[in-house]
Design a protein. Structure first.
Length: 277
């Protein structure tokens, strides 16, 4: 609402172009999509069928890492690049374990933030907050998050599928370092992103062609460019932190006992968790 009590206009939604968060929601089986999202999402899945598995395994990874962190006593979470609400969002997982958990969601898309504010409701013992900000401005994110989180107590920082959206010239490792610098000792950092390898093996020519065609379709549709890097690149983002076993591995192989989507099978998405000393 504006100060004079009149309703403020909501974010404008362009239903003629696919939206990255809605594409991901479609691959997760969600309903917050438009026909253009489903059309492009299905075209991408046709040339790169693994994308739906990547989406589901990434959500299962989120559940496992948040459950791990609550088990380590973490009660505060900063989820950057949250995307559209789906099943088992960060606060839902955390508050099942500890109802007093506090979560700050961050996304640079006003449509995503509007959905989150409308749909993500905290347990009364805890809290949820929503920030519209860009990961390329880490100090601004920390400054706003400090209104909701205690920066003297451990925080779980989640960077799931977001670093790949940052171009090399914007210095992704530097951004992660600046975020980590603001976290207190005992905090945890989680990174998960697509890579340019399939499981533990280099791609075959056919697999590389399929992934390239999928990325081409995304670019043609006008979505944010995605930069698939190596598992070694992802591991380097945890510099000066203590990696939790089993380190940086294909997403389904990170502590796959709880919960798992089918039998653990390597995919071209890698992730890990590390503790700040």
């Amino acid at each position: 609402m504006a100060q004079d009590g009149t309703a403020q206009p909501g974010p404008v939604v362009d239903v003629t172009r696919p939206h990255q968060a809605r594409l991901w929601n479609h691959w997760l089986g969600g309903k917050d999509t438009y026909p253009i999202d489903r059309e492009i999402g299905d075209r991408i899945a046709a040339v790169y069928p693994e994308i739906a598995d990547v989406a589901r395994q990434s959500r299962a990874f989120l559940i496992r890492v948040v459950h791990f962190m609550t088990g380590q006593g973490v009660r505060q979470f900063l989820d950057i690049g949250t995307g559209l609400p789906a099943v088992d969002n960060t606060h839902e997982v955390a508050q099942r374990d500890a109802r007093d958990s506090r979560i700050v969601y961050v996304d640079n898309d006003p449509v995503v933030v509007a959905h989150a504010r409308a749909l993500l409701t905290s347990a009364p013992e805890g809290a949820c907050a929503y920030i519209q900000a860009d990961i390329r401005e880490p100090e601004a994110i920390i400054e706003e998050a400090a209104a909701f989180l205690d920066l003297t107590e451990p925080i779980g920082l989640l960077l799931l599928g977001i670093v790949g959206n940052v171009a090399d010239e914007d210095d992704p490792p530097g951004i992660v370092r600046r975020l980590v610098r603001a976290l207190p000792s005992g905090s945890f950092v989680v990174v998960n992103d697509g890579t340019n390898v399939l499981g533990v093996n280099e791609w075959t020519p056919a697999e590389a062609t399929a992934r390239g065609e999928a990325l081409r379709l995304c670019a043609e549709a006008g979505t944010v460019p995605y930069h698939a890097r190596t598992p070694e690149y992802i591991e380097a983002l945890f510099a000066d932190l203590d990696l939790v076993e089993p380190g940086v591995v294909s997403t389904p192989l990170w502590r796959p006992d709880f919960p798992q989507v089918g039998a653990p099978r390597p995919i071209d998405s890698f992730g890990g968790v590390a503790r700040k000393p």
